[in-house]
Ligand binder design. Structure first.
Ligand code: S3P
Length: 170
């Protein structure tokens, strides 16, 4: 199986995913990095040069490819839940874990400069609105939920390992 991390920007998916993969001896895949490699451009450049819809279509292509392989920790871009087909594919070989975080936590953690969706005049308001609109998508896609507010990368990774162990019954 794959361990698939979903959640809003700044919820810690990449850092937690790396820690989990190290602890478990699994391969780590970050969908944003795969998209960047695919086009040899940064996420920001893709949004600005080609538009969000092009980014989303490459994102879905990458998801299709990585949903065929197993034994990975996969960290997904925050918008992966916008396309139900992405979720269906990821569930074939993966357990989806939602790293939940409050808007306040996200505002404190996210590097706004690297996030094309937060480039307007009011990034904090945008975070709140996007999060409110997506919360139910994360919730319905998730097999398990881990709250990350006020917790370290190591604590979150351990929490996920415990949940997976319990699910496997050992
Ligand atoms: C996005 C989240 C980003 C990246 C892109 C769009 C989103 O990934 O895929 O900027 O729609 O929430 P992170 O969640 O890793 O920041």
């Amino acid at each position: 199986m794959n361990i698939v991390l979903i959640g809003f920007m700044g919820s810690g998916k990449t850092a937690v995913g790396r820690a989990l993969a190290d602890n478990q001896g699994l391969n780590f895949i970050d969908t944003d990095s795969e998209i960047e490699k695919n086009l040899d451009l940064s996420v920001k450049e893709i949004f600005h040069g080609h538009g969000e819809s092009h980014f989303r279509s490459i994102e879905s292509k990458i998801i299709k490819e990585i949903s065929e392989i197993t034994g990975n920790v996969i960290s997904c871009g925050g918008g992966v839940v916008l396309n139900p087909e992405n979720i269906e594919l990821l569930k074939k070989n993966g357990k989806l874990i939602w790293l939940d975080a409050s808007a306040e936590t996200i505002i404190g953690r996210v590097d706004i400069d690297k996030r094309p969706l937060l480039q307007g005049k009011d990034p904090e308001g945008t975070i709140k609105n996007l999060l409110a609109g997506r919360r139910n998508l994360y919730e319905s896609a998730a097999d398990m939920v881990v709250n990350t507010d006020g917790r370290s990368i190591g604590q979150i990774a351990e929490n996920i390992q415990d949940l997976i162990r319990k699910e496997r019954g050992n």
